[in-house]
Design a protein around this ligand. Structure first.
Ligand code: ATP
Ligand code: MG
Length: 156
């Protein structure tokens, strides 16, 4: 399926504001130029929903709002989801994509530990790449990278 990224993110932002953010806001930054991508929009929505849900959930104690940033990188597009929350302790960072794994600093926050496991599988199945950087008590940034045409053979 083919769709335009800026329209997609505009609708996604409304959906997040209505269902996830509640009274909190988040910033969406995009380039001005529209770009068409070919992938399953329902899967991309699922991936972004999980990342932004985590960003809100694990930054409840923060006065800074989560951010979503789109950029175009050659034949790929990149979406970063950034928060200024609890962060992921170094000792947990190797395991967060495992099913049912939950960080040692989140035991008082509800969750099953399945969200990222499914997201990771979906991203790989779509020839994409998922990375993150996190510092405990500073924040976390997840980076998603996809070819515009998801049939392209892999992301370097
Ligand atoms: P759910 O299955 O309901 O999403 P969950 O949020 O605990 O439960 P994942 O989304 O898979 O599970 O995340 C796994 C773990 O990674 C979390 O329990 C948390 O420890 C850590 N984590 C993920 N995203 C963040 C984030 N933005 N900030 C801090 N920790 C995070
Ligand atoms: Mg989660």
């Amino acid at each position: 399926e083919t769709f335009e990224l800026l329209d997609f993110l505009g609708m996604f932002k409304v959906e997040v504001q209505q269902n996830i953010a509640q009274s909190r806001d988040f910033q969406v930054t995009t380039p001005d130029q529209p770009r068409t991508v070919q992938c399953d929009p329902a899967k991309l929505r699922h991936i972004l929903r999980n990342l932004i849900e985590n960003a809100f959930k694990y930054s409840h104690n923060s006065h800074k709002q989560p951010e979503l940033k789109l950029s175009y990188e050659g034949i790929f597009f990149e979406i970063k989801v950034k928060d200024y929350g609890l962060g992921i302790p170094k000792s947990d960072q190797g395991r967060i994509f495992e099913s049912f794994y939950r960080g040692s600093n989140v035991s008082n926050i509800k969750g099953t530990g399945l969200g990222l496991n499914i997201v990771h599988e979906l991203v790989l199945a779509m020839n994409g790449k998922l990375d993150f950087e996190s510092i405990e008590n500073v924040g976390t940034t997840f980076s998603l990278r996809f070819p515009y045409n998801f049939n392209y053979e892999g992301v370097e």
